[in-house]
Design a protein around this ligand. Structure first.
Ligand SMILES: Cc1ncc(COP(=O)(O)O)c(C=O)c1O
Length: 332
């Protein structure tokens, strides 16, 4: 049993869920939500903060500031509280209420941008706010997850080797794309270590990461309105795009078997199943990365009114209304 004295010291990096009995495809999920920040963004946050401390950029007088859709903000809130820094998170109105409350409970200040920039959308408006803050006072330190190499290096050091240890014969890895820190860190590691693993990026419709115009996206985490500066396409073998309604269906399908995951996990699972069904998965070893858990999404992804208001009435079809015994019959 680990004994820790700072919250960032604990992160469960060895937990995988075998989804074969739930989704009828040979898919394993690497769970990244079991730490005190509740998401994969703890890794990037810790790596970026440590690098800034080592470089002498972050001092006792500094005020950390970062643009985040939520999870990085929670992770930085936790680390800032533990290290005694102030932290200001700039987010937007799509950030879950529970995520915002978490950051405040950890002692951070949260600024919610409510008006998207006419060209750059919510992300553009958030970045403009961060830049204005940094120009106004040199105590503000912006780690900038969108360009900071610590973001992908964290996954190069930890996530990819943990997957390779558990699945030495891995054939295909599905990774959701936001800043692309997770994607680039894992893809670089498998390439550098000459592992013949197919890297499949999973993105949401409405995201402009891999091209195309930005559109409406309501699930925070995955997707961006612009091409992420960290992205190097030459490491990505394929891209799968997922409708948010399908991501929500995947979340509910897993929840009905007791696994409550977040919206981006639903997106990655839906994209992976689509790919495995199209390609024929027999004999393949496939892993998808699950960035967080579902509790932060109880008032969105798991709330019928929210789902119906945004995606219409038929998103959760009758599959989810079947009595539990009928769905699980084969398991008993
Ligand atoms: C829940 C969730 N999933 C996925 C991602 C995307 O990860 P990355 O920024 O490494 O591409 C994020 C990033 O904030 C996230 O919060």
């Amino acid at each position: 049993m680990p004994v820790i004295s700072v919250p960032q010291s604990f992160n469960e990096d060895e937990l995988f869920v075998d989804l074969r009995s739930i989704v009828d495809q040979p898919l394993f999920l690497k769970c990244e939500g079991f730490n005190f920040a509740g998401s994969i963004k703890l890794k990037a946050a810790a790596e970026m903060v440590e690098a800034a401390c080592r470089a002498g950029v972050l001092t006792r007088d500094s005020v950390l500031v970062e643009s985040s859709s939520g999870n990085l903000g929670v992770a930085l809130s936790m680390i800032a509280a533990s290290k005694g820094f102030r932290f200001l998170c700039v987010t937007d109105s799509r950030c879950n209420l529970s995520t915002r409350l978490l950051m405040e409970a950890l002692g951070s200040e949260v600024h919610v941008v409510t008006e998207p920039d006419p060209v750059g959308g919510f992300l553009g408006a958030r970045l403009a706010y961060v830049r204005a803050l940094c120009a106004s006072d040199d105590r503000y330190v912006w780690l900038n997850q969108y360009t900071n190499p610590g973001n992908w290096r964290a996954h190069y050091r930890t996530t990819a080797p943990a997957i390779a240890r558990q699945f030495p014969q891995l054939d295909v890895l599905f990774v959701g794309a936001g800043t692309t820190g997770t994607l680039m860190g894992c893809a670089r590691w498998f390439r550098d270590w000459h592992r013949p693993v197919r890297i499949v990026a999973v993105d949401s419709f409405g995201s402009a990461i891999f091209g195309g115009p930005p559109g409406r996206r309501m699930i925070p985490g995955l997707g961006m309105t612009v091409r992420p500066p960290l992205l190097d396409d030459s490491y990505v073998d394929e891209v799968v795009r997922v409708d948010e309604a399908d991501a929500i269906r995947a979340c509910h399908r897993l929840a009905r078997r007791g696994f409550l995951f977040g919206g981006s996990t639903g997106t990655v699972v839906s994209g992976a199943l689509d790919w495995l069904t199209r390609r024929g998965a027999s004999g393949l070893t496939a892993v998808a990365i699950a960035p967080d858990l579902g509790e932060r999404y109880l008032d969105t992804v798991y709330q019928t009114n929210w789902i119906e208001a945004i995606y219409g009435k038929d998103v959760l079809d009758s599959e989810f209304d079947v009595p539990v015994q009928a769905v699980h019959q084969s398991a008993f």
